[in-house]
Design a protein around this ligand. Structure first.
Ligand SMILES: [Zn+2]
Length: 350
């Protein structure tokens, strides 16, 4: 009797396994329902935007680029998805990519794109959008491909960081006043907002000590209270990596010019941060390199983390004063600061 049960038991197990696999296969997979690609220009950036519509929410997907054998190949695997009725291979705008291929592997749908530039973080962006009934749009996977020079306002190697940006002066304190009545507090805020945008695009949590024209502590504060209020933003926010204060230089002689960065050596990292910011600002802004200097600036000394104070250029110099008010120069300096931060994290190993 005992021996006779074995085949039945085995049969039962096989039946169970078959049912489980049948159930798994019968689970409704998402299908591609729509495909669109178009060249888009937003601001100064032109890119290829691909919209892949599906008949269900796109929750799990993996993006892979930067391959060793095929550096220009971008691969996106969507779990529990099928190709549907779209073509298996679709030609794309050749300025950005050659083709897009759909391929079903197991229960995944693999999307492979042959880009014209290396498939690295700064050259593409992948995200999902929910179904939009009003616009008549399905659940979508959006793939943006950028050409030579990569995504503007995005810097690789900053993702996951927390950074404090301190726009110098504000409110009752104008800071230095330069050529044509240009106020330091306005320039520092404009550049800081541009830095913030680049950092946030790059996956950074940005803490701003002020976001508009105001005194951070209050109009009647002492200098120490005002500066401590700025330092507190960094010291009371968890896991802040660095503190960067943004200023414009000024001098009594109008001929003084150039970019410089100050630090207080709490550890060896302060000077390293200052040097990386300085180098990238000079590279982008193309002003005279006045170097980095040790100084007892309040915000640098009292910040618990590595800190630096940058002097973008001289607001009292005729040429630099007009540059500081110029949107393109502000963008370049903001890009320089963001790249300087990325270089600092890369070399400091922190
Ligand atoms: Zn200042």
């Amino acid at each position: 009797m005992r021996r006779a049960n074995w085949p039945r038991l085995l049969g039962l197990i096989v039946l169970c396994l078959w049912m489980i696999s049948a159930l798994a296969m019968a689970a409704p997979a998402r299908k591609v329902t729509t495909f669109q690609s178009q060249v888009v220009t937003e601001g100064r950036q032109t890119f290829l935007r691909i919209e892949i519509g599906m008949n269900g929410p796109i929750k799990d997907y993996q993006v892979k680029g930067d391959g060793i054998l095929n550096p220009n190949r971008l691969t996106i695997d969507i779990d529990h998805a099928e190709k549907g009725d779209v073509r298996a291979e679709i030609p794309l705008d050749r300025q950005f990519a050659k083709t897009l291929r759909f391929q079903e592997t197991g229960n995944k749908l693999r999307i492979t794109i042959g880009m014209q530039v290396p498939a690295s973080e700064q050259n593409y962006r992948v995200y999902t959008l929910e179904k939009d009934r009003r616009a008549g749009k399905p659940h979508r996977l959006i793939i943006e491909l950028y050409g030579e020079g990569g995504r503007r306002g995005h810097v690789a190697g900053l993702k996951g960081r927390t950074i404090v940006i301190d726009p110098g002066h504000g409110g009752t304190d104008s800071g230095a006043v330069g050529v044509g009545g240009l106020k330091e507090k306005d320039v520092t805020l404009e550049v800081s907002q541009k830095v913030r945008e680049i950092l946030e695009n790059s996956g950074v949590k940005v803490v701003m000590t002020r976001e508009d024209d105001r005194d951070v502590y209050g109009p009647t504060a002492t200098d120490a209270q005002e500066l401590q209020a700025r330092v507190d933003y960094g010291n009371f926010t968890p896991n802040v990596d660095v503190f960067v204060s943004i200023h414009c230089d000024a001098y009594t002689t109008a001929s003084s010019n150039g970019t410089s960065t100050y630090y207080y050596p709490k550890t060896w990292l302060d000077a390293l941060l200052a040097q990386n910011l300085q180098d990238a600002m000079v590279e982008h802004g193309d002003r005279r390199d006045r170097g980095i200097h040790e100084a007892r600036f309040y915000v640098c000394r009292h910040s618990a983390m590595p800190a630096a104070l940058v002097e973008l250029a001289f607001i009292t110099n005729y040429v630099e004063g007009s540059l500081l008010a110029d949107e393109d120069f502000q963008n370049e300096m903001a890009q320089g600061i963001a790249e300087g931060l990325a270089n600092y994290f890369a070399v400091s190993g922190t």
